[in-house]
Design a protein around this ligand. Structure first.
Ligand SMILES: C[S@@+](CC[C@H](N)C(=O)[O-])C[C@H]1O[C@@H](n2cnc3c(N)ncnc32)[C@H](O)[C@@H]1O
Length: 263
């Protein structure tokens, strides 16, 4: 019987494709698949494979070179913006592009110029898509990872934006210096800490918060209750505006987004 070599997952990041194979497939077969893939998809120049999941506070993946040009730096386009980054040194998910567009559209419909805080900003895809779509907004983009912040600054220049400021640091430690915000975007890493107290410290009456979390489909209500309880513990009243699934992250597991307003 001919063995079928099929990757389990596939992410196209500009010229680079990152594949994830089932464990049973040996290196020789993975390389063979990668070379054939490049031959058949001329728009790609490099094939990497994901060897570990996103890990640690910085959510950096680990990839291994398989075929083509040996590089981990790519240029990726979405929502009319361009991002360069190192696939191994920064977090980037093309699967969030619809979310970024949706958040930017929601903000662009709000009246007047707004002060926006993007926490956990990575190489600044949320910040830049928002900054580009909402020209009368000022965006502050906070990210812990130095390497990601370096690319974020390059990406702001590349997209010719004057309304996006990159701040490198732990959002818990730096946010109090940044003032109060009309909108706070929280594309949280998959970690236990909610960072809601940090968000409330820089919110005011009327601030809209877009909060991301991860859970199984039947646990969404529990996450909403957790957010309500933490808000109460911080002495804040909130009104939930919307709760939605924002993409599948595993079998029956979802990234969810809770939109709420501080009242
Ligand atoms: C899930 S990624 C989101 C990246 C980005 N928003 C995007 O859409 O590509 C989470 C990011 O949060 C950053 N991070 C983790 N803890 C942080 C903290 N305390 N302060 C600021 N950034 C943090 C990580 O380095 C990582 O880049």
């Amino acid at each position: 019987m001919v063995k079928k070599i099929m990757p389990r997952a596939y992410d196209a990041l500009g010229n680079i494709v990152v594949l994830k194979f089932p464990r049973a497939i040996i290196l020789k077969d993975r390389k063979k698949f990668a070379m054939k893939f490049l031959e058949e998809h001329k728009q790609f120049k490099t094939i990497l494979e994901k060897v570990e999941k996103f890990s640690g506070r910085l959510r950096k993946p680990t990839t291994k070179f398989l075929a083509g040009e040996n590089t981990k730096i790519t240029s990726y386009k979405e929502n009319g913006c361009e991002f360069i980054f190192d696939v191994d040194k920064t977090y980037f998910s093309p699967r969030l592009s619809t979310e970024r567009n949706e958040i930017a559209s929601l903000i662009s419909k709000m009246k007047g110029g707004k002060d926006i805080l993007v926490m956990f900003a990575g190489v600044a895809p949320y910040s830049i898509v928002i900054g580009k779509k909402c020209k009368n907004c000022n965006v502050k983009s906070v990210e812990l990872n130095r390497e990601a912040s370096k690319y974020a600054r390059m990406n702001v220049q590349r997209n010719k934006l004057k309304n996006v400021e990159i701040i490198q640091g732990d959002v818990k430690k730096v946010s109090h210096k940044l003032g109060k915000f009309d909108v706070i975007v929280m594309p949280r890493p998959k970690l236990k800490m909610s960072f809601l107290e940090t968000a409330f410290n820089v919110s005011k009456k009327g601030t809209i918060i877009y909060y991301y979390d991860f859970c199984k489909a039947d646990k969404i209500d529990e996450i909403v209750e957790k957010v309500m309880k933490e808000s109460k513990d911080c002495g804040k009243n909130i009104n939930i505006l919307n709760v939605k699934k924002a993409g599948e992250v595993g079998p029956y597991s979802y990234r969810i987004r809770i939109d709420f307003i501080v009242s």
